[in-house]
Design a protein around this ligand. Structure first.
Ligand code: MN
Length: 295
């Protein structure tokens, strides 16, 4: 069974044009979990915490995954492509060589809540063409292996006994698992994660216990980095909602400058030059990521 290696409390920071977020992974370069660079949780009923959004900004060298729990956000890229992200939806974006986009709330009141994950790309894929897809909730399977347990499968595949639930995102070189797991009090869940893949849990409502030798408790809004082998076994003493993220590490040097994540200082300087000269996205128009279809 996987045990707890490190607990990273989320801290409140401000990003974009003044959006309040809870950041766990990515607070510092030391607090990453290869290939995950950053995990932000946004959640507020106060419009002032989110209304300014994320006006036009660039990315190069990695993927951003936005999962909306509640609310409505408009994504717009440098070519004018638009996508509406609504409650329960996901935008999976491969920035690759470059994209310039904005991510703006489309509501002036009410709860806005969700996550943005930054997932690194291996050197061989950092300069590929940009691509993205807006995934509506109907395309995201939810498994109910038992009463009081649900597993929403955004990326990768969840298996239970002879059954398989394949998420819409498949076939990436880091083989990510991105699950939103809900357990009611008293329930427990065991699921396989490939040995050698990094994994973390992030409870966003309630807390969860790791069923290793000691019952290790993971409080709300803490990223729990797990040991490298064995399966995941968790139990709930109270109702809990949490993310499970796991993926194959890339094991390459990382040089980050804000929204550019490359392997060397030279490549970062190139990205800054390209951006300043209006060349960041040249020769590429974002294409659509093909969804895996269960049917
Ligand atoms: Mn962005």
């Amino acid at each position: 069974m996987r045990t707890l290696k490190q607990l990273i409390p989320a801290v409140t920071v401000s990003d974009g044009a003044g959006v309040k977020i809870k950041r766990s992974l990515g607070q510092t370069p030391q607090l990453r979990l290869d290939p995950f660079l950053m995990l932000d949780c946004f959640g507020s009923e106060q419009a002032n915490d989110y209304i300014a959004g994320f006006p036009a900004h660039p990315h190069r060298g990695f993927e951003t995954v936005t999962y909306m729990l509640d609310g409505h956000m408009l994504h717009e890229d440098h070519l004018g492509n638009k996508g509406h992200l609504k409650s329960g939806g996901v935008q999976w974006m491969t920035a690759g060589r470059g994209i310039i986009h904005s991510e703006m709330p489309q509501q002036e009141s009410g709860l806005m809540r969700g996550f943005q994950l930054w997932l690194n790309l291996p050197a061989a894929e950092k300069m590929k063409d940009a691509a993205y897809v807006d995934i509506t909730p109907e395309h995201i399977p939810v498994a109910h292996p038992a009463q009081g347990i649900s597993v929403k499968v955004i990326a990768g595949t969840y298996t239970y006994q002879q059954q398989r639930w394949a998420g819409p995102i498949q076939g990436l070189s880091t083989e990510p698992l991105y699950f939103d797991i809900h357990l009611v009090a008293g329930q427990n869940l065991t699921l396989p994660i490939p040995d050698g893949h990094n994994a973390l849990l992030y409870p966003y409502e309630g807390e969860v216990q790791l069923m290793s030798t000691q019952q290790q408790r993971i409080p709300s809004h803490h990223a729990a980095v797990l040991s490298l082998t064995g399966e995941l076994a968790i139990s709930a003493e109270q109702d809990v909602k949490l993310l499970l993220l796991a993926a194959k590490p890339i094991n390459e040097p990382i040089v980050q400058y804000g929204p550019f994540v490359m392997n060397s200082v030279d490549e970062i300087e190139q990205a800054i030059r390209d951006y300043q000269q209006g060349q960041l996205t040249s020769g590429t128009s974002p294409s659509t990521i093909k969804l895996h279809s269960a049917s």
